[in-house]
Design a protein around this ligand. Structure first.
Ligand SMILES: NC(=O)c1ccc[n+]([C@@H]2O[C@H](COP(=O)([O-])OP(=O)(O)OC[C@H]3O[C@@H](n4cnc5c(N)ncnc54)[C@H](OP(=O)(O)O)[C@@H]3O)[C@@H](O)[C@H]2O)c1
Length: 250
């Protein structure tokens, strides 16, 4: 049976690159983001190019009912969930001293609360996947959660306190999933890149050229590899840093 993934933030950037990569690997997908049109366009392309099934489920990750609806739409469309890929995210810069709390609340909702809730919604299906017969070249892959965190959640970056705190929490959340669920076959991996060339980093092209950033395809390659591993290999986190002397910095 074909494996399925639910990917949030799939309309562009890192999430779209992951969708392209998993479709090329033969996965059936549900793509989610707020804007339905780019999701439908990407879904059409992936169906035509790779012959996989692609469902779309639009929703705002800041809204609890939308988050639940996205999970329900995946589970209604497919009979299994092998990978939950959490890429929807947002960042707003500003020093702690005068950072508006409503901006912290929004980043918390999208970057942490929604992943936490989606994991809750999807755990029964992920657990059920671990009980299915081995059928992927003899490798029992179990079920995976892959969350796109950030290197700012590992090492602090000036003016990114709110964003970084949510991403540090995502790294922690993945570790907690592993201690609670991985013995039974559901494990979580937080991928923590430095600056990746997407719309999110367009604002800083004056100080860092896009060609000096990590590519979204590099992040997708990590995700593709992690979800192919056997269930006995738990990968709590993968950090991607840019070349040069600023190791561990964004
Ligand atoms: N780019 C980087 O340098 C970098 C580095 C480390 C980690 N990350 C993380 O990687 C993830 C993807 O970032 P990216 O660079 O691909 O950003 P991006 O190009 O801005 O894409 C963000 C994606 O998330 C969706 N999204 C944003 N807000 C949402 C909301 N409230 N509800 C549902 N979907 C929402 C967007 O679609 P809609 O606008 O249609 O909703 C889009 O699909 C994020 O979690 C980000 O924090 C990025």
């Amino acid at each position: 049976m074909t494996r399925t993934a639910l990917i949030t933030g799939a309309s562009r950037g890192i999430g779209a690159a992951i969708a392209c990569r998993l479709a090329a690997d033969g996965w059936d997908l549900t793509l989610s983001a707020r804007s339905p049109d780019p999701l439908r366009t990407l879904a059409d392309e992936l169906r035509a190019e790779h012959g996989v099934r692609v469902h779309t489920a639009a929703g705002d990750m800041a809204e609890e009912t939308d988050v639940r609806g996205v999970a329900e739409q995946h589970l209604a469309a497919y009979d299994r969930l092998d990978a939950l890929v959490l890429s929807a995210g947002m960042g707003q810069a500003g020093a702690i001293a005068d950072f508006p709390l409503h901006r912290l609340d929004k980043q918390y909702a999208v970057n942490l609360r929604a992943p936490f809730q989606l994991i809750q919604e999807c755990l029964p299906a992920l657990r059920a996947t671990t009980a299915l017969p081995v059928d992927h070249g003899g490798v029992h892959t179990g079920a995976r959660i892959v969350a796109i965190a950030s290197i700012t959640g590992v090492t602090a970056e000036p003016s990114l306190a709110a964003y970084a705190a949510t991403k540090a929490a995502v790294l922690s959340l993945c570790e907690s999933v592993n201690v609670e669920e991985s013995a039974a076959g559901v494990s979580a991996c937080a991928v923590a890149p430095g600056y990746v060339d997407t719309d999110m980093t367009a604002w800083m092209h004056d100080r860092l050229a896009p060609e000096d950033m990590i590519t979204a395809e590099d992040v997708a390659e990590i995700v593709s590899t992690v979800v192919r591993l056997s269930r006995t290999a738990v990968v709590p986190s993968v950090v991607l840093t840019r070349p040069g002397p600023r190791l561990w910095r964004a």
